[in-house]
Design a protein around this ligand. Structure first.
Ligand code: HAS
Ligand code: CU
Length: 553
């Protein structure tokens, strides 16, 4: 016997109005991604000292292109995808639609925010990269735009929580269905984590860019940024975990081993928010005791991902064995590799094994001194956000777009090829960046115009360019397949999502029902945040708003 991870498991079709707003989010995300990857090609070739950015319309510098790349891909795409996809999984998990007006407001806010930020970036008034470290200064529309992007996630979160409350009223004593639990936990974590960036932008950078303050406090702002800047990577990752736990076991013919272990993994992400200082190991003005503590917490946040690796791998193994795989590794080859949705996501998981290991290397203090600000770091994050997350978006899109459009996927074999091509590209690309980074090849540097360079950067630079070009071609193929699916895919009837089952139903007695009380985990998380950040913030109070801005065209 097994138990579905949703309320009302039999063939539910969500109202069209709800699906439409979800669809708007997903398409907005992929539209900005298309622009972002065009910029990405310029960055990859830059490492081989090939200048294609000069031929780009509008974009005048490497740094302007890099800002558009980072903001569109890492901030706007991820938010749009999460707002759309997680609204869908929450609604399906609870078998109850979310408030349409709130979802529409969230989409409108996100769209407006993206347009404002795009205006500043494309007019060359915000070449401050996606981390926008002050005293680099951007036009106020950039900061307002990013603030609205964050507000859109809060509105989505409010819509989730209202629906959860209504569901609980109708289902007293029942456990929150796992698909909804994971989806809501993702946004609860983010609600706590996003406070740093919100304060940085609304209290400091926006008024400063409007001329209300004479200067900024770079140290304080960098810290507020990284308070959010680490957990934001889990805001990108957890929607993917929702798919890996909540859908992939079923798609692969398997079943999820433990409901409880899954909930505990998501709760650990809520608890361990304050680890952002591991991006500031080399910043002055932060005590080594604090850095040491945060290194320890960073190793702790490794565990929920290790738990995920175990659970998801086991689910895949069950699927592979049910499909006739035997022996230690025979099951692996019996996973439905011909299904592009599954193949893309399993390839994404394999990339994440490497991305996770390189994350642990970054987190190790002495190793960080070796790789900080080198190309090793983008090598790491193109395995994580650039492959584990991005290739999972691709895999999800291969069922989500057909589901939303009520059509079949166009040319699945081409889609399969596309996924393998992307994976191969990232492997070459990240290998190049990491090898170069170990030799001191810098990140975020206009190599075409740099008056220096080492012989040891040459082959890594060429690998980066080749890998990046393969990723670009594959991404274009992806957009082509999506467009063809929308116009030429065979029509189908409305259908339900594919969702996983767990081996056992969640317990309704004993300690386990307490896992569903988000408020306790939020409280514990906030206490940890105050313990880690409180002394630092107190020491930096009042802020020293004295550093003048730097404008880069
Ligand atoms: Fe990171 C820098 C540490 C995860 C993204 N990271 C970055 C930056 C980005 C980023 C964008 O400690 C650059 C920021 C900037 O611009 O400066 N990162 C970590 C650690 C983890 C980690 C410890 N990062 C991510 C994820 C990201 C991401 C996820 C995006 C989505 N990262 C760092 C550190 C830095 C950093 C330092 C600062 C570097 C510096 O100095 O600037 C961990 O969360 C990783 C845990 C992951 C695992 C892997 C689990 C594997 C799974 C797949 C299982 C496979 C299966 C397949 C089932 C433990 C779940 C079966 C297949 C078979 C083969 C059988
Ligand atoms: Cu981090």
């Amino acid at each position: 016997m097994s138990t579905a991870v949703v309320s009302d498991p039999s063939g539910l079709v969500l109202p069209q109005k709800q699906l439409n707003v979800i669809r708007c989010n997903i398409y907005l995300g992929f539209a900005v991604l298309a622009v972002g990857v065009i910029m990405g090609l310029g960055q990859a070739l830059n490492y081989a000292r090939v200048n294609v950015v000069q031929y780009y319309p509008v974009v005048k510098s490497y740094y302007q292109g890099l800002t558009i790349h980072g903001v569109f891909n890492a901030l706007v795409l991820t938010t749009a995808f999460a707002n759309g996809f997680i609204a869908l999984t929450t609604a399906r998990g609870l078998a109850r639609k979310l408030n349409d007006t709130l979802l529409q407001a969230a989409f409108g806010t996100l769209l407006l925010g993206a347009l404002l930020a795009a205006y500043a970036m494309f007019t060359g008034q915000a070449s401050v990269l996606y981390t926008f470290y002050p005293p680099l200064e951007a036009h106020w529309t950039f900061y307002l735009g990013l603030a609205l992007v964050v507000v859109s996630t809060w509105i989505t979160s409010a819509a989730q929580l209202l629906t959860l409350r209504a569901w609980r009223n109708d289902h007293p004593g029942e456990r929150v269905p796992l698909l909804a639990f994971m989806s809501i936990a993702t946004y609860v974590m983010w609600d706590i984590a996003s406070a740093g960036i919100a304060i940085e932008v609304v209290v400091f950078l926006l008024p400063w860019s409007l001329g209300l303050y004479a200067g900024v406090d770079p140290m304080l702002n960098r810290t507020l940024f990284w308070y959010t800047g680490h957990p934001i990577v889990y805001f990108w990752l957890l929607p993917i975990y929702v798919s890996w736990y909540g859908m992939i076991p079923r798609q692969a013919g398997g079943v999820l081993f433990s409901d409880t272990l899954t909930r505990v993994a998501f709760i650990l992400f809520i608890l361990l928010v304050p680890v952002g200082f591991h991006h500031q190991f080399l910043d002055p003005g932060i005590s080594s005791g604090l850095k040491f503590t945060v290194a320890g917490l960073t190793f702790a946040i490794f565990f929920p991902s290790l738990m995920t690796a175990f659970s998801v791998m086991y689910a895949l193994e069950i699927g592979g064995r049910r499909r006739g795989g035997s022996g230690r590794i025979g099951w692996f080859f019996r996973i439905p590799w011909s299904d592009p949705s599954v193949a893309a996501q399993v390839l994404a998981m394999i990339a994440f094994l490497l991305g996770g290991i390189s994350g642990l290397m970054n987190a190790s203090y002495t190793m960080n001194m070796e790789i900080h600000n080198t190309a090793f770091v983008p090598g790491h994050f193109h395995l994580t956000i650039g492959c584990a997350v991005a290739l999972s978006y691709v895999g999800i899109a291969y069922w989500l777009i057909p589901y939303l459009e009520r059509r079949e996927l166009w040319f699945p074999r081409l889609a399969l090829f596309q996924a393998f091509l992307y994976f191969s590209g990232v492997m070459i690309f990240s290998r190049g960046l990491m090898a170069g980074g170990m030799e001191g090849m810098p990140r975020r540097t206009d190599m075409v115009h740099a008056a220096y360079g080492l012989a040891a950067w040459k082959i890594p630079g060429i690998m980066t360019a080749i890998g990046g070009s393969l990723m670009f071609v594959s991404a274009m193929l992806f957009f082509f397949i999506l467009v063809m699916t929308m116009i030429a895919g065979k029509k189908t009837a409305p259908r339900d999502l594919l969702f996983t089952a767990t081996v056992q139903a969640p317990s309704t007695v004993g300690w386990q029902p307490w896992l569903d009380r988000f408020s306790y985990w939020v409280l514990a998380s906030v206490i940890l945040v105050v313990a880690v950040y409180g002394p630092f913030i107190m020491a930096h109070f009042p802020p020293r708003l004295t550093t003048a801005g730097l404008l880069y065209p």
